[in-house]
Design a binder for this molecule. Structure first.
Ligand SMILES: [Zn+2]
Length: 306
């Protein structure tokens, strides 16, 4: 898709060389004995020229959502490529299972946020990329620790690069950025905003907005969790991280605005009426907290890159 300037640079002297060759051939054509050889040579040279000038086939044209990952070194996660790929593949398998859309990780870049904004890190990454991704995951506490507090958040960035083409369009020339807190503590209990343990029971919005739920230490001893959530699927930190990746991705492709699972908009889209079903929490978890209408929206966002 992107005309590579280096390729054009190389072909320029070649062009003059070929013009010279054609000149010689025309001179040779004056001699009728070599006319057929000359025609053959001209056709061959035309084919070579055509392929040299023909733009390289775009990497994006693979019917796969191509994702780059940035790790914010300042968040000081214990993290490595192998572990990241495991979690990413977990999310990719779930996405394909639910929506039929494939996503693949192309590269992992470790950068320091350095008191800058997430968006600056993404642009720093893109500046050094030959071929741009169709979505970026940033493992980070986020701007103002927002991902640390919430688990993750979505933000897109408008791209003014005219030759950028994404097979999955989140918006008009919008590149989806998913800011995800790596191994965010799902259903943490008794902690303040800075992750200090200050209570033996839940308070504030903890344990699904239910105060005074017992906080129990997990089997892995990593943190205290709301007792009633200790056996949830997302009590597994890898699964929770994959869940957040998908949840935030869906915010970028929610064309019909179904929003979160169980929201009035979602209930309306699914023709479920006002009342939430009894298995609401299970269904919500199965759909990563998002309205399942988004699977169709994501599929329909497919855009053919010429
Ligand atoms: Zn959300």
């Amino acid at each position: 898709m992107f005309l590579n300037s280096k390729r054009i640079g190389k072909t320029k002297p070649l062009f003059y060389f070929l013009v010279k060759v054609c000149d010689i051939i025309i001179n040779m054509m004056m001699n009728k004995k070599v006319i057929f050889f000359a025609i053959f040579l001209i056709i061959t040279l035309s084919i070579v020229l055509f392929f040299l000038y023909f733009p390289k086939k775009d990497f994006h044209e693979n019917k796969i959502l191509d994702v780059d990952i940035i790790v914010d070194l300042d968040s000081k996660y214990e993290i490595n490529d192998k572990k990241i790929k495991e979690v990413f593949n977990l999310a990719a398998d779930l996405l394909e299972d639910r929506s039929g859309v494939k996503m693949v990780n192309r590269q992992i870049n470790y950068l320091s946020k350095n008191n800058k904004k997430i968006i600056d890190m993404v642009h720093e990454h893109l500046k050094n990329s030959v071929d741009w991704p169709e979505a970026v995951i940033v493992f980070s506490f986020g701007d103002d620790n927002f991902a640390r507090r919430m688990g993750g958040y979505y933000r897109g960035t408008e791209i003014d690069k005219t030759d950028y083409c994404s097979e999955y369009k989140a918006g008009k020339n919008q590149l989806p950025i998913l800011v995800v807190d790596w191994h965010n503590w799902y259903a943490r209990c008794g902690y303040d905003e800075n992750y200090n343990k200050v209570s033996a029971v839940s308070f504030g919005g903890q344990c699904q907005n239910t105060p005074n739920i017992s906080c129990v230490i997990r089997q892995d001893k990593i943190y205290f969790i709301c007792e009633r959530n200790k056996n949830d699927l997302r009590a597994d930190l890898d699964k929770h991280t994959a869940y957040i990746i998908l949840h935030e991705l869906f915010h970028g492709f929610d064309k019909r605005q179904g929003y979160h699972y169980g929201s009035p908009q979602c209930q309306k889209l699914l023709k479920l009426g006002q009342k939430l079903s009894d298995d609401y929490e299970k269904k919500s978890e199965e759909n990563f907290g998002f309205c399942p209408s988004v699977y169709e929206d994501l599929k329909n966002s497919y855009n053919h890159c010429p």
